[in-house]
Design a protein. Structure first.
Length: 257
């Protein structure tokens, strides 16, 4: 191959690529497949060990036994399905079109530099979605309205605290408490016939669905260590939600839903 890259440059890019995929919420097998696909385009074989905090990668040429290894910390990024999809497509494009490493890096930077959806638009959509969840669980119109407001305030607080790099466990406790406290106001609305549903669904926007799904996929596909780690982290977030919700129940004197 006339456009063979420097092996260290290739290894560093593959680690950058893999840690980005891990940060945006991709399950382990997909990270391994996508990264190995780019490496194979240049005639290299990769061995990847993925942990929650770090990724260890070794790379060697198919014609050589010499191995190059490096370690990189996983990036702390928000879940992003757009980046997930585009980076996966990039791996196929690199393989099918036999792109050079500089061109792959250029496309990677273009993907990472694309503007995300406005935080205010996300805030509004999440609030409508959680109100729809309330309706799905047979909440009435008043309950939906309360859940909309509860989610709007709770998610805004989450956004602001995350922007200030507050510990994410404390963020979940606080957001769950504020959202459920506003959701509990439905109890004092005489026209609301389903206040318990409003209270229960006011915190659903915090449920870590993607980490839970990824953890099960990882365990099923044999990546037990990282899968179990993801599962424990997701359970910790669920406990934080329960603490916030329980605080509201104790504050307003409700024994159960």
């Amino acid at each position: 191959m006339s456009d063979q890259p420097d092996v260290h440059d290739l290894l560093n890019f593959l680690l950058e690529y893999a840690t980005t995929l891990m940060g945006v919420g991709v399950h382990t097998s997909r990270i391994v497949r996508n990264t190995s696909r780019i490496a194979s385009r240049f005639g290299y074989v990769t061995d990847i060990t993925i942990f929650q905090k770090t990724i260890i990668m070794s790379i060697r040429s198919k014609e050589s036994l010499r191995v190059y290894s490096s370690v990189k910390r996983t990036k702390v990024l928000a879940l992003n399905f757009r980046i997930n999809s585009n980076l996966s497509a990039l791996s196929w494009r690199a393989y099918d079109e036999q792109l050079s490493l500089p061109r792959i890096k250029e496309l990677y930077n273009e993907i990472m530099s694309e503007k995300n959806m406005s935080r205010w638009w996300v805030l509004l959509l999440v609030s409508f979605a959680n109100a729809a969840f309330c309706r799905l669980f047979m909440g009435d119109v008043w309950a939906m309205g309360v859940v909309f407001v509860a989610t709007l305030v709770g998610f805004f607080i989450r956004q602001e605290m995350m922007r200030r790099h507050v510990n994410h466990h404390f963020v979940f406790v606080t957001s769950a408490f504020v959202a459920s406290l506003i959701g509990s106001l439905s109890i004092f609305i005489p026209a609301c016939t389903t206040p318990q549903i409003a209270l229960a669904t006011s915190v659903l926007y915090l449920i870590p669905g993607v980490p839970l799904i990824n953890s099960i996929i990882d365990i099923i596909e044999g990546h037990v260590l990282v899968g179990f780690t993801r599962f424990v982290n997701a359970c910790m977030l669920i406990i934080c939600i329960a603490v916030g919700l329980s605080s509201t129940l104790l504050l307003i004197g409700i024994d159960s839903l």
